[in-house]
Design a protein around this ligand. Structure first.
Ligand code: BG6
Length: 528
């Protein structure tokens, strides 16, 4: 079917991706349906997919292209990111669905699955009819598969299968050239397993061709954090222990684990969120200015932060962490089940669904500045934010100022809104006694630029198709993160998580963690 002309990208949209065969292992799974296909459809809508790019789903399901396209159409129809971005014109949806293929392949019993995949990838795309050549010439070329097309294998599968899939790809002559592999987190369950996976993948794909995804790094405000820190002068002089009292990083979710119990129970909040998303945010806050916005320069600085984290183990780990598990109760006026009552649960799990901890970055810039990290499921609201709290003024001069604890705070909200807010004290209007009131200076990224913010996966999928690994995790980063996290998980062995009520702010222990130094979590931000 001839494709209709791609839309003109809106201002601020990422450049077009190079023509690519994007092969998704786990192509009928939750991640593909909920995140990858919607993100790719939005790239299509913005005209960012090269005309001959193909999306090849691989899964055990014995379905053909037509059935897969039907499944994909149903999945994107009510996807929140797609709905938020507005109606998708019918020709755009058709063009997108035409790119999709499905190859049935059971890794344990592959039959002719690998041959079919091979044949499909080796054959030139048979569309679009007219405008393919011009479109491809316009996109940045990425050498890789035959014909100069890029080839990307996205492994949306459990990490213990990564090494095996890579070996199979190689055995079937599919891993050559500049083909790349994308690995979903969590990469292993500890340092040892992460190393094994990295070794197995590395035996087939060089580090340069390996893209370890952490979707938090694709979030717009996260990238804006880099812009805020390194494209503006005013922050750098105060970005250290002399001016900053502490940092808080929160990723709170309202959802429970739902149908993901099988995965989650072996993982828990520490491996699922802290080892990757939260530590990556900490790195971006704490890193030194890189010499350029270059893939290695940025990642070199991030890994130094991970290596500077003061180890937490044994009693120190117990003292500096709080872990919780949500119990049954009401959330938003609705009865919800507890973690141990979720589908697939065995009723006696000690897996944590909440973690709070105090970390220290042991270097000159951050000595003495606590970094508080917190994440949990079934919390009162869904929001992720970073709060950088500055020190109090050394000497209050206004009436009541000494008792109003309102130090400056820089609040970087990643979701649901994308805002950067600097909380200041200002004079309350009026001719009476001079009174101070907190007032924010606010940068709303969506209002200021009037451009739709791409979903994290849109950005990262474009980057991988263009071969840019800057926002992906390098092997040494992942391993440094495990090296810090492993002893904490070790210290928890034999302890039970503290139960917490759904719809609240987590277990008591999380509040005690800050209270002992006279600090508190900034729940106020959550209620705005
Ligand atoms: C994933 C975790 O990496 O991130 C999930 O596996 C979690 O458990 C999700 O729900 C949160 O992502 P976001 O973008 O909704 O904050």
């Amino acid at each position: 079917m001839p494709a209709s002309a791609p839309a003109t990208p809106p201002p601020g949209a990422a450049r077009s991706a190079a023509p690519t065969d994007l092969v998704v292992f786990g192509g009928t799974g939750d991640l593909a349906m909920r995140k990858l296909l919607p993100a790719l459809l939005l790239c299509e809508k913005d005209g960012r997919l090269a005309p001959t790019t193909r999306i090849v789903a691989v899964s055990r399901d014995g379905i053909g292209d037509a059935d897969y396209r039907g499944k994909a159409e149903a999945a994107v129809a009510d996807n929140p990111s797609v709905l938020r971005a507005g109606a998708v014109p019918a020709p755009v949806l058709r063009r997108f669905l035409d790119r999709l293929h499905h190859v049935p392949l059971d890794l344990d019993d592959p039959g002719d699955g690998w041959d079919r995949l091979h044949a499909l990838l080796e054959a030139a795309p048979d569309y679009p009819a007219g405008d393919g050549a011009a479109g491809e010439a316009a996109a940045d070329g990425a050498p890789g598969a035959p014909g100069g097309r890029g080839r990307v294998y996205y492994l949306a599968m459990p990490p213990m299968l990564f090494g095996r899939i890579c070996a199979d790809l190689e055995a079937h002559g599919l891993a050559g050239g500049e083909s790349r592999v994308v690995l979903e987190k969590p990469l292993g369950r500890d340092l040892e397993s992460a190393r094994e996976i990295n070794d197995a993948v590395g035996a087939v794909f060089s580090e340069r061709r390996t893209f370890r995804i952490d979707h938090y790094l694709g979030k717009e405000t996260v990238q804006n954090l880099l812009a805020l820190r390194f494209a503006n002068m005013f922050l750098e002089p105060v970005w250290n222990s002399r001016w900053i009292d502490h940092v808080q990083i929160t990723a709170a979710e309202t959802v429970g684990v739902g149908t993901r119990h099988g995965y989650y129970d072996r993982s828990g909040a520490m491996r699922d969120m802290v080892q990757n998303h939260l530590l990556q945010l900490l790195c971006l806050i704490a890193m030194e200015p890189p010499s350029s916005f270059d893939r290695e320069a940025v990642r070199d600085e991030k890994v130094k932060v991970l290596q500077s984290l003061a180890p937490l183990a044994g009693d120190g780990a117990l003292h500096n962490t709080a872990r919780g598990q949500y119990r049954a109760g009401t959330q938003g006026g609705r009865e919800v089940t507890g973690y141990t009552g979720e589908p697939g649960a065995d009723g006696a799990s000690s897996t944590e669904t909440f973690v709070a901890l105090e970390a220290a970055v042991a270097n000159w810039r951050w000595a003495g500045v606590p970094f508080y990290l917190r994440t949990g499921k079934r919390m009162a609201r869904r929001y992720s934010e970073i709060v950088v709290q500055f020190r109090d003024v050394p000497h209050p001069i206004f009436p009541g100022q000494g008792t109003a604890h309102a130090p400056n705070r820089l609040v970087i909200r990643l979701q649901p809104e994308e805002t950067i807010r600097l909380h200041m004290l200002a004079k309350e209007p009026g001719a009476g006694e001079l009174r101070l009131r907190p007032a924010p200076l606010e940068l709303s990224l969506s209002d200021s630029f009037a451009v739709r913010s791409p979903d994290a996966y849109e950005r990262l999928l474009m980057d991988v198709m263009n071969g840019d690994p800057t926002l992906f995790m390098r092997r040494d980063e992942v391993e440094a993160a495990w090296r810090w996290v492993d002893p904490i998980i070790g210290a928890w062995q034999g302890t039970d998580p503290e139960p917490y009520a759904p719809g609240g702010t987590g277990p008591r222990g999380a509040h005690d963690l800050l209270a002992r130094s006279g600090r508190a979590w900034h729940e106020g931000e959550m209620n705005r």
